[in-house]
Design a protein around this ligand. Structure first.
Ligand code: AMP
Ligand code: MG
Length: 327
């Protein structure tokens, strides 16, 4: 069985072909880059996606050596995300599904991150840190849903990093550039550390970091920002590990690429007799393979919809979604 996965929630338009034995036959993407100092403009990003879609899809099929007729299903990321961007992927998926008479599988983007992470790292029943552009959540599967053990109360870790980056003149997504700046930082600047219950809040930290960057070296602020933001996450992850006693701590999403974060999480896992499973860097950010693989899992569980009932959902909590293949 093989399927096509289409990703288009935010800055990335991606397409991937995967087989049900977990082989990634192709994974092609094209990322929209806003002008320096700017964030994603939904309309511009969706225009980008429409422009690159034919080439990305064609290339994904070519690399996999298959045609649309060979597919068993078509999966697309149905949300959460930016409306105009989601619509590009959903419309394409619906058209292909109707034209080639293939079942359609809507996928929650966050679950895509988690399931591809699980496949690639081999983590079977992990405590998950989902750290993508749109999510900062600590999750564990229970009774066929992902249950939340902590989350951000305002902006995500990715948004914190990107908005800080934008403020100091970097283009989004600014993660790798902020990480490079942070590696050069030496002086620790006090910034607000806010944990409430097992949830975290990053907006005060963002304001304080912006303010600090007006008088301190940007490298030192980037360094301090990372240390504080990652420590808040580590504290809450640690509490969730102590509670759930999971043997596996898996980190997925674009921010999982950060080396300092991985270092901190390695120690957290070690302290609790757990092991860190970090998604390979190449698959940390948004991509079609996340959707194609989750499509396989849904398809196998009998979940698919008619092309007419394709939907998108800009706001869509992960703990509202059934994951029939999980315990
Ligand atoms: P995703 O939505 O999963 O593609 O994740 C995108 C987010 O990951 C953006 O906010 C990026 O700035 C962030 N990101 C990417 N690479 C890094 C990195 N090396 N360190 C921190 N954040 C990163
Ligand atoms: Mg993402």
């Amino acid at each position: 069985m093989i399927g096509l996965g289409i990703e288009s929630t935010a800055h990335t338009f991606g397409a991937s072909i995967m087989s049900d034995d977990g082989k990634i036959l192709s994974n092609v993407k094209d990322v929209y880059r806003p002008p320096e100092g700017m964030g994603i403009h939904p309309r511009e990003a969706s225009r980008h996606h429409s422009d690159v879609a034919p080439r990305v899809l064609k290339e994904a099929l070519r690399q996999a050596g298959v045609s649309y007729r060979d597919l068993d299903f078509i999966a697309y990321s149905a949300g959460p995300g930016l409306g105009p961007c989601l619509r590009v992927g959903a419309t394409l998926a619906r058209f292909l599904s109707a034209y080639y008479d293939k079942p359609l599988v809507p996928v929650h983007h966050g679950i895509g991150h988690i399931e591809l992470g699980s496949l690639l790292t081999g983590a079977r029943d992990p405590l998950v840190l989902l750290l993508s552009g749109g999510h900062t959540m600590i999750l564990a599967a229970h009774m066929k849903r992902w249950r939340v053990f902590g989350e951000t109360l305002d902006i995500t870790l990715g948004q914190l990093i990107d908005q800080f980056g934008r403020y100091v003149g970097l283009s989004s997504p600014a993660g790798p550039q902020v990480e490079a700046l942070a590696q050069k930082g030496r002086k620790f600047i006090q910034l607000p550390y806010i944990v409430k219950g097992n949830d975290i809040s990053y907006s005060g930290l963002l304001s304080a970091a912006k303010k600090a960057s007006r008088k301190e070296a940007v490298e030192d602020v980037a360094y301090s920002l990372q240390e504080v933001a990652f420590s808040m996450l580590a504290e809450t992850a640690e509490r969730a590990l102590a509670l759930t006693k999971k043997q596996e701590l898996m980190v997925v999403g674009g921010v999982a690429a950060n080396k300092r974060l991985r270092e901190i999480l390695e120690k957290v896992a070690e302290r609790h007799g757990s092991r860190l499973y970090a998604v390979p860097q190449e698959y940390a950010g948004d991509c079609g393979a996340q959707i194609a693989w989750t499509g396989v899992l849904y398809y196998r569980s009998g979940v698919k919809v008619q092309p007419e009932s394709a939907f998108i959902q800009q706001k869509w909590r992960i703990d509202e979604v059934d994951v029939p293949w999980r315990s």
